[in-house]
Design a protein around this ligand. Structure first.
Ligand SMILES: [Ca+2]
Length: 295
């Protein structure tokens, strides 16, 4: 509706008062048309709403937005989409960014009453002129503050070559979204594919400074964003939290921190972004969380 209001403002300038809104509707006695470009009365009053309609995120064209693209491994780059596409550098590659194949999901992911958006973007690198090889698809949250959408930089979920594969991101019955995905087995070959199925429910929660975080709520509290797979076991101990300053992750089962690589570890002062296993999990499923840095 914001756009309509602004258009109405422009009409005011042009028609000198045609948008004042003091009448109930178009004047039925007005002539059906006036001379083009004439300075007389407008042919009819533009329709006027009594009050602005709420911001509608479905009116935002994600194909024409400035995005940030990242995977859980590679840090964000700015991607100004035009017509749903852009070209540019990502990590070591030069290639093409595109809106993901699936339709945007409109869901109130932070439970504040305003509909937010979950949407995906893919990156393919150019191996030869006009020849592309898919690298990754990442799902992101765009939060609606009642006036506009703002993208959270953290990947919600991601599919990559020889990595986790996302099957679906759907609306949860209660709050948030349900992500069905499959992880690679630890030390398994790429050809074996991602065979360890994981289903997790994720919402956006706010800390005491009102910072938004992706938080897993089911099957247990944990980081809700994409998670790099474990590289190797580690001796690191310490408590893991769902997000900095937030509740403990995996409160029922001991979290065993393992090594992994992610740019998120450089994002927040005094907090490490970690991959952990749940103790005695035979599948070595990787989960993520935040551990306070011990200096
Ligand atoms: Ca919301």
């Amino acid at each position: 509706m914001r756009r309509t209001v602004m258009a109405c403002g422009a009409v005011i300038l042009v028609l000198a008062g045609g948008c004042s809104g003091d009448g109930p509707g178009p004047d039925p006695t007005a002539p059906p048309s006036s001379e083009p470009g004439g300075s007389g009365e407008p042919s009819s009053s533009p329709s006027v709403s009594e009050s602005p309609e709420p911001f509608d995120p479905q009116q935002v064209d994600l194909a024409e937005q400035e995005w940030q693209f990242s995977t859980v491994y590679q840090d964000p780059v700015d991607v100004p989409l035009e017509g749903g596409e852009a070209t540019g550098e990502f990590g070591q590659w030069e290639g093409k960014f595109e809106l993901g194949d699936d339709d945007p999901l409109y869901v109130d992911i932070d439970d504040d009453g305003d509909q937010d958006v979950v949407a995906s973007m893919s990156f393919s690198f150019e191996t030869a002129p006009e020849t592309y090889q898919w690298v990754a698809t990442t799902w992101f949250v765009w939060l609606n503050d009642g006036e506009q959408l703002t993208q959270l930089p953290y990947p919600l979920a991601g599919s990559g070559d020889c990595d986790t594969q996302v099957d679906s991101v759907t609306k949860a019955d209660d709050v948030g979204v349900v992500i069905d995905e499959a992880q690679m087995g630890w030390q398994s070959a790429c050809a074996e594919g991602a065979g360890i199925e994981v289903t997790r429910t994720v919402q956006v929660s706010y800390d005491t400074d009102d910072r938004p975080w992706l938080v897993q709520t089911d099957p247990f509290p944990s980081w809700g964003g994409a998670c790099p797979m474990m590289v190797e076991p580690s001796d690191s101990g310490g408590e893991v939290r769902t997000a900095p300053e937030m509740e403990p992750a995996s409160p029922e089962v001991n979290a065993v921190i393992v090594t992994s690589e992610s740019w998120l570890g450089d994002e927040i002062d005094d907090w490490d972004f970690v991959t952990y296993l749940q103790e005695e999990d035979p599948n070595f499923v990787s989960y993520c969380g935040w551990a306070q840095r011990s200096n």
